[in-house]
Design a protein around this ligand. Sequence first.
Ligand code: TDX
Length: 329
Amino acid sequence: MRLLVTGGLGFIGSNFILHVNEKHPDFRITNIDAELPGSNKKNLSSLQDSNHYKYVKGNITNKKLVDKLVSGSDVVINFAAESHVDRSIADPRPFVDSNIVGVYTVLEAVRKYKKKFIQISTDEVFGSLKKGSASEKYLLNPSSPYAASKASAELLVQSYIITYGCNAITTRCTNNYGPRQSPEKLIPKTIILAQKNKQIPIYGTGKNIRDWIYVLDHCDAILKILFHGKSGASYNISAANEIDNLTIVRKILKIMGKPLDLIHFTKDRPGHDFRYSLNSRKIRGELCWKPKYNFEKGLERTINWYIENKKWWADTPSSILSAYNWKTR
Ligand code: TDX
């Protein structure tokens, strides 16, 4: 199988490529990545000599390049996205470009060359839920410019399925954690700051809830969907592991043997969603998927990876690790 992976130098995309390379070494993978925030060339340096892996630097809004790469593939999996909510609050424009115009450009190519397409979306498209868990039938109700750009992409995919009969599937996953996640996200940021004995900013009260999944469980779900997912469908992916931010930060500090007084409450994120939660009954029932990692095991693996791979994050600018200043960026 010839896979075109977009955004494969990012956190989830790079873990997915490494996972596929391990489970299906016969697959040929082409990775197109624009090297924007979240991408890291070190993520796939282990594959640089592989003759089953090809890297192309480029943006998914580049029609000519996307056409060429899509025509030479069997399946396109779109991980490429601006993904940090704080950045989208400071400047939504790159989110419209990558997450909407980029997806449109890829959709045009998969329509033209009649290829299978998988769009990697997020639980954030359903907005904040007071109670219950969102099934695939819930209405899209995004809060941040980031979430709105991902919801827009989902609607574009849906329209290409209905109007042009495209062979496409959308997946939505809850908050991922694991090796190679960009230092600006909560879990890696906490590990890196704790390692440096620096204050860890918690937005607002720290009571906000996210539903966490180890990145390899997400990658495994995408593989199941690639092989057995129903064309035109969407699948929610969740490990049903809801935890508030303060509890996570405390757990990390405990595992690392660091003092709780590193915790520092800061100004809340504007429009901060209180809780995300997905119902993943459909993928568990139809595709027999279930997560393999519990949170304690996954968190320890993640902490160990960051401690053992200090070189990967050592040159992270302090501005990325500080409390976000939404006014000036
Ligand atoms: O410094 C911080 N302090 C803090 O309290 C950061 C970076 C975050 N937080 C809070 C905000 C959130 O409630 O922690 C929670 C998690 O924040 P992020 O890591 O920024 O993730 P989130 O906003 O939940 O969005 C994530 O989940 C859905 C991903 O970044 C998205 O890409 C994904 O689609």
